[in-house]
Design a protein around this ligand. Structure first.
Ligand code: SF4
Length: 101
């Protein structure tokens, strides 16, 4: 799925693992992160982001807490997301239940 992470944005951790540049520090900031955390920030390589990034879900977007999301938000002094932060699905997004005829 998606594309490959641009190699120039990675660094070697050991012979078998890579990390995004900027993430292996005491105060990590991924080199691909654009903008200001808490105001307007986004992944600059979203379609090409690594698999570890794809696995992190925002808390409650899909009905469950995400410990990694909560930890990151707390580290930046941001409030935790709640179910109320997400819109109710529109009727078009809700699958219909087949009716017996
Ligand atoms: S989602 Fe994007 S900005 Fe965030 S850590 Fe992954 S590559 Fe970096």
């Amino acid at each position: 799925m998606g594309g490959c992470v641009p190699q120039e944005l990675t660094e070697k951790l050991d012979p078998h693992r890579l990390a995004m540049r900027g993430t292996n520090t005491a105060q990590p900031r991924c080199v691909a992160l654009q903008g200001t955390v808490g105001k307007a920030a986004h992944c600059g390589i979203y379609p090409q982001r690594p698999s570890v990034c794809r696995e992190v879900q925002p808390s409650w977007e899909f009905g469950a807490i995400s410990p990694q999301c909560d930890k990151a938000r707390l580290a930046h002094g941001l409030p935790l997301l709640t179910p109320q932060d997400w819109p109710d699905p529109s009727p078009a997004d809700v699958p219909s239940i087949p009716q017996d005829t």
